[in-house]
Design a protein around this ligand. Structure first.
Ligand code: ZN
Length: 295
């Protein structure tokens, strides 16, 4: 009898163990097998997707006047901060919003997402996720910075590639980033290395016609599937010289160097950005190639 009871207990234990061990493994392998295009969103996340899809729609942005998109950038960050505060995934919300106008996973969409995620990061670092800051951003206004070296300043919007240099990028979200107003005021109008790199990336992703930025040559060839706006009146885009290696860059604060197209460069502060004429130059500077972009 004792044996019988123990045997039954053992069976129950064995079944429980089997369930515990095998069910997560099975769901993990299912995740790997099925590529989920857009993750399931809760109702309040769906509300954020609706709002951001409307705020970020490139067809609408193209109709806006000078600096017309600036307040949209603030509003988008408001929605993403709200999603993050509620424990949701800002990245999934951006993906779902980009999918509404066919930009999810496209070069244009990736470049746009990168800038939006960078803006969200800056908003969090500057402590903009307080009730006053969020109320201000919800209206499209510039919130007060609550943390870090620009404490007390306003967080405005800046063009990565200046409006004076490329007016076509005035209302392109990938070109609009959060920046403390004071820092923006002190910014030089000269075309910095980062400006050049970002202009090249906008061309490579199809957000910008290469004819608009002859000063940013040489260009990487646009990836397949991207459609730079044709401009019949413009001269032919500059031809990259053979073995163009000027498109290498890195940070003074890191031992790694990258291709100009590497997404890691967007995270490097302009003041720390260095470009290299050749691979030899990078080796002499003691840099090693980035494992991601493999320059
Ligand atoms: Zn890289």
């Amino acid at each position: 009898m004792w044996y019988f009871r123990r045997h039954r207990l053992f069976s129950v234990w064995l079944i429980a163990l089997a369930l515990a061990v095998f069910s997560p493994v099975q769901s993990r392998s299912e995740d790997r097998r099925a590529p989920v295009a857009v993750p399931a969103l809760r109702a309040w996340e769906a509300e954020a997707v609706d709002a951001i899809a409307s705020l970020a729609d490139p067809a609408k942005l193209a109709t806006l006047g000078v600096r017309g998109s600036n307040q949209r950038v603030q509003k988008i960050i408001y929605w993403l901060l709200a999603v993050k505060k509620a424990g949701g995934s800002p990245e999934a919300v951006i993906d779902a919003a980009l999918a509404r106008f066919g930009w999810k996973g496209t070069p244009q969409g990736d470049e746009t997402k990168l800038t939006i995620m960078r803006n969200l990061q800056r908003a969090l670092l500057a402590g903009l996720d307080n009730p006053e800051g969020m109320a201000e951003m919800r209206r499209g206004g510039a919130p007060t910075i609550r943390k870090g070296p620009f404490l007390g300043d306003e967080m405005g919007i800046d063009h990565v590639v200046p409006r004076a240099a490329v007016p076509e990028l005035d209302n392109v979200l990938a070109n609009l980033e959060l920046m403390p107003t004071q820092m923006n005021r002190n910014k030089s109008d000269k075309l910095q290395p980062r400006t050049q790199l970002m202009a090249r990336r906008f061309v490579a992703s199809g957000l910008l016609d290469p004819a608009s930025v002859p000063w940013a040559a040489p260009f990487a060839s646009p990836p397949p599937g991207s459609k730079p706006a044709p401009s019949p009146a413009a001269p032919a885009p500059p031809v990259a010289p053979p073995a163009a290696t000027a498109a290498l860059a890195g940070s003074t604060r890191s031992p790694v160097f990258h291709k100009a197209s590497c997404s890691a460069l967007a995270a490097i502060m302009e003041a720390n950005l260095v470009s290299y004429a050749s691979r030899e130059e990078t080796i002499q500077a003691g840099k090693r190639p980035c494992p991601k972009c493999q320059p």
